[in-house]
Design a protein around this ligand. Sequence first.
Ligand SMILES: [Zn+2]
Length: 466
Amino acid sequence: MERSNRLSSYPLLRFPFLLFLLLSSSAALTAATSENANKGASFSAAEAEAAVSRFQEYLRINTSQPDPDYATAVRFLRAQADALSLESDVFEFAPGKPLLLLRWPGRIPSLHALLLNSHTDVVPAEPLKWVYPPFSAALDPSTGNIYARGSQDMKCVGLQYLEALRRLRAADFAPDRTIYLSFVPDEEIGGNDGAGRFAASEKFQKMKVGVVLDEGLASPGEEYRVFYGERSPWWLVIRARGAPGHGAKLYDGSAMENLMKSVEAVRRFRAAQFDLVKAGVKAEGEVVSVNLVYLKAGTPSPTGFVMNLQPSEAEVGLDIRVPPNADTEALERRIAEEWAPSSRNMTFEFKHKVSVHDLFGKPAITAADNSNPWWMLLEEAMKKANGKLSKPEIFPASTDSRFFRERGIPAFGFSPMANTPILLHGHNEFLNKDEYLKGIEIYESIIKAFASYKGDTKDEESRAEL
Ligand SMILES: [Zn+2]
């Protein structure tokens, strides 16, 4: 509108521009129609509106760390579950941190169950840096984007599971396998008091879970991303010691010199790993990443630091992320021999170190190939829902999936958001309402396929025997 008004003041230019506008707007119209044909096509206008408004309602509950309003979130989700006649239970594996577990019993109780996991907490937001307040769940009418903290990570997924069940219920679907939905607290602060304690509980063991779906990442392209493993955090502190000395004196073996030699070695290693990513040889999740997170040295003075003294101690903190199939022994050797050699008066300590192996000593990954029936079902279900999966990836950071994978349970990280910039933990996090609706259809297809699968469970049983 604005554009054609402006153009009318340039009569000579009007015709070609009008033609251009006509062409481009008809192209846009065609694009919009074909997109609509794919997105949320099976929703009536009223259903779509109701689903979107339930999503907004969930987004408006401020469950941001460090003081998440879990009680309101659980109340809201439980009401949703009641409306769908799902069984519900609340567990507090840690006081004040409720975990809501929903259950739709399957027709064949001997089959292993399907678990749909999502976390209810979100990271904090800085309201002043947002176009819309982060807990308003404002829907931009011109784009259909819904702005809210948690719109991508991962309240979308939690409610999409529920909406998919709503549609399956309406279609009189009866699952063969029991379907569980877990809404877990605390993922954003490590998950130990949420999914961690849950997966270790007796309750969880009794659920006989055969496969888990959990969060993934948005994809700016047409294809949906899926994750079959994740890198393990190794948080390393390296300390150097050396003789203190006058700031004017050149001598060997000072703590700072010792530390800087290590930092140089770390940087060379980092660059080599990064080069593999830049050259397209490996994906981000397939290399060992190392980043310097702090440097600590110097002798404090009332005005800052003593400037004519070389300190006797210095340390550096590193955030290392290790892929599940990395040669961890070689990495440990590198740390001991190259990054923190005792010959240079250096020591090291892990502040946090997650094993890349599961409890059975195997790399904690879920097979994403024909050897895994769940993978084949996932691929097939995606096709049925007109969605395309991209090449399976290793998640670059950590999610709750690790608590399930470490117990040998297959888990896929998957958040159905295509054509969406990755904004998790960023300002102006949003999800388009059509993408949201399309994601519900995708889950509908996946849940249907998984819950109807009666294939043999020998692999699961033999795993239990191991
Ligand atoms: Zn998340």
